[in-house]
Write a protein that binds this ligand. Structure first.
Ligand code: PMP
Length: 382
């Protein structure tokens, strides 16, 4: 049976994107590969709202690899403030603790986000080299107002880093306007590509900190990747470590499709689908993890249950053709699951998901209004 992957990445992938990776004869020095890398690097800048002065990187790995690449801009003794709205915010602390840098964490309650004024106060009270934020916290589906935070702290810290893993391609991202130094993401999320690559864009200031003094190791040291990216962008073959060649063909196809749809339209499509899903859930009679409307994201919605066990719900919905994501925030363990709505997602996918959820929740004894979720979503899409 066909399955709809309403997950947090990988997500259901466009068939043309998948097929673009079917190639038996492409070495890392082949012109076709060099061309798709060059196109993808250039397009990555546009995806985050950066100009030519910013340096894009496409590296093997995943979102965590991209996060670890950020360490290339840090030196021994640097101090980092982590703005954490959940599991992936906390990941920065776990990661940075492996390096000789100091880390403080500002934490939000589950379902909420750290307020811009709290971040501003923290960087006034203490001198930090870097502040990290998570644009959309995937564990709860909460969005941080990164532009506003960046504006308040820009002159008080050296480097502003945003984890855009669940945002780039689906939320408004204006790296240059916000004066953010690093925006990073992963292939398998809102970009709708299979997993296998980490993507980063660095400001000139961030690039200037890539040096032998950094605390980075070898493979994820962006200094080792810098010339490779610069060469490939101008269509010169280059090697540090092998890139996910076939994946980059899929990436270039995805980027071509994004260009055809228009980035703004793509963001609007995500917003519309997310809105329909939330409206449907509310009318169905279940609560959303994100505590306030301005915290809602375009890509992930956490769903709180009163009676049914989320693990049972996930098992049942798969038998009905939809795969959803488990809840991973430890403070909400056993109380919620997540719907991912990113990539190539459509209103039809939202309706199908809500319809399956209504049937399953009803069967599992959750008190819901059968049919009301689908009806509300239909109205929202009409
Ligand atoms: N940051 C965020 C916001 C994420 O959602 C994820 C994973 N879903 C990561 C980082 C880590 O990415 P990956 O699993 O690709 O290593």
């Amino acid at each position: 049976t066909r399955k709809l992957l309403m997950h947090v990445g990988p997500v259901t992938i466009d068939y043309d994107v998948l097929v673009a990776g079917l190639r038996g004869d492409v070495g890392f020095t082949s012109q076709e590969f060099i061309d798709v890398m060059s196109f993808s690097l250039k397009f990555l800048r546009k995806l985050v709202g950066a100009d030519e002065s910013y340096q894009p990187f496409i590296i093997p790995g995943s979102g965590t690899a991209a996060m670890e690449g950020v360490v290339s801009t840090l030196r021994r003794g640097d101090k980092v403030l982590v703005v954490s709205n959940g599991v992936f915010g906390d990941r920065w602390k776990a990661l940075l603790n492996r390096y000789p840098v100091a880390v403080d964490v500002l934490k939000a309650n589950p379902g909420d986000y750290v307020k811009p004024e709290e971040v501003e106060k923290a960087v006034e009270d203490e001198k930090y080299t870097m502040v990290t934020m998570t644009h959309v916290e995937t564990s709860t589906g909460v969005r941080e107002p990164v532009g506003e935070v960046a504006k308040r702290i820009r002159d008080k810290v050296e480097l502003i880093v945003v984890d855009g893993v669940s945002s780039v391609g689906a939320e408004v991202v204006k790296m240059k306007d916000y004066q953010v130094d690093v925006y990073l993401t992963a292939s398998q999320k809102a970009l709708g590509i299979p997993p296998g690559a980490g993507l980063l864009v660095l400001s000139e200031r961030a690039v200037s900190r890539l040096s032998d003094e950094s605390v980075a190791g070898y493979f994820l040291n962006l200094k080792n990747w810098l010339d490779v990216m610069r060469n490939l962008e101008v269509s010169k073959g280059s090697y540090f470590a092998t890139l996910p060649v076939h994946l980059v063909f899929m990436m270039a196809k995805a980027f071509e499709l994004i260009e055809r749809e228009g980035l703004e339209n793509r963001i609007k499509r995500h917003e519309r689908v997310a809105q329909g899903i939330r409206t449907g859930l509310e009318s169905m009679g279940v609560d959303i993890v994100a505590k306030r409307p301005e915290a809602y994201s375009n890509t992930v919605t956490g769903v709180l249950l009163k009676k049914a066990n989320p693990a049972d719900v996930l098992k049942e919905v798969v038998t009905e053709g939809v795969e959803l994501a488990p809840g991973v925030h430890p403070a909400l363990a056993g109380k919620y699951f997540r719907i991912g709505h990113m990539g190539w997602v459509t209103p039809n996918d939202a309706i199908a998901t809500l319809a399956v959820l209504e049937r399953v929740l009803k069967r599992l004894g959750e008190p819901i209004n059968l049919g009301e979720g689908v009806r509300a979503a239909q109205l929202s899409f009409s």
